[in-house]
Design a protein around this ligand. Sequence first.
Ligand SMILES: Nc1ncnc2c1ncn2[C@@H]1O[C@H](COP(=O)(O)OP(=O)(O)OP(=O)(O)O)[C@@H](O)[C@H]1O
Length: 246
Amino acid sequence: MKSLVLDRLNVLYGTYHALREVSLALSEGQYVLLLGENGAGKSTLLRCAAGWQRPSGGVVSLFGRALEKNERQARQWIKLVPDTPQFYAEFTAWEHVGWVAEAHRIGEWQSTAEDLMTAFGIWSNKDAFPASFSRGMQYKLGLAMSLICEPKLLLLDEPFGPLDPYSQEYLAQYLRSLADSGITIMTSTHVLPDSDPPDRVILLDQGEVIEDLSWNHVRDQYSGVAQSTIPVRVLRDALAARRRSS
Ligand SMILES: Nc1ncnc2c1ncn2[C@@H]1O[C@H](COP(=O)(O)OP(=O)(O)OP(=O)(O)O)[C@@H](O)[C@H]1O
């Protein structure tokens, strides 16, 4: 069963075509990187996949059902952490996590929340207000709020960028273990830690999917190259080939 299928998605902002005939299918437990230059359409794709934005054309399906025909269930299953998560000024970090956990009817959420916040290094800030958090701490809180809801599909917009190197490695490890436990993950990124590789890499350029590669294929093609530098090389080579042929 495919957890996420995007079928010929198009997104127009006025006359600007931000996504053009984007089709892809993600299997359960796949960990996928979405690569592309600034403005390639990564956030737009993630927002459409999460149901935060309605495409101008095309269909988003989750576990075999169109998202808009199964919206409440789909929204419980999918969690998107945007590049800049938003918070309520008047609630603490702990209240944010507790509030989403209760809303999703997660039982006994407190110890999981403590584990998540400890793992992400924000436990000592649990009673502080997220407005006072650094960008990296805000991202970690956004992650904790999403993970406490036990999503089946986790969409992350630029998760590694705001994090310190230790947290980047920890998150890469954590994402790998989530995927191995059956959660599907798609993350846009310009950064890849050296450990715990993804399964697949999708390259976007000017709103179009230009490559869809297995990590094993990419790894073989760039053997001897540090994992962290592979995304930039894959993207650079694919864009160069595309511009040569056009
Ligand atoms: N609300 C909007 N109105 C008009 N144009 C938009 C809007 N949102 C995005 N765009 C345009 O759509 C294109 C894709 O934007 P998007 O944010 O999806 O790119 P991205 O790949 O996530 O970029 P980045 O790496 O900089 O985050 C860009 O040209 C952007 O200017």
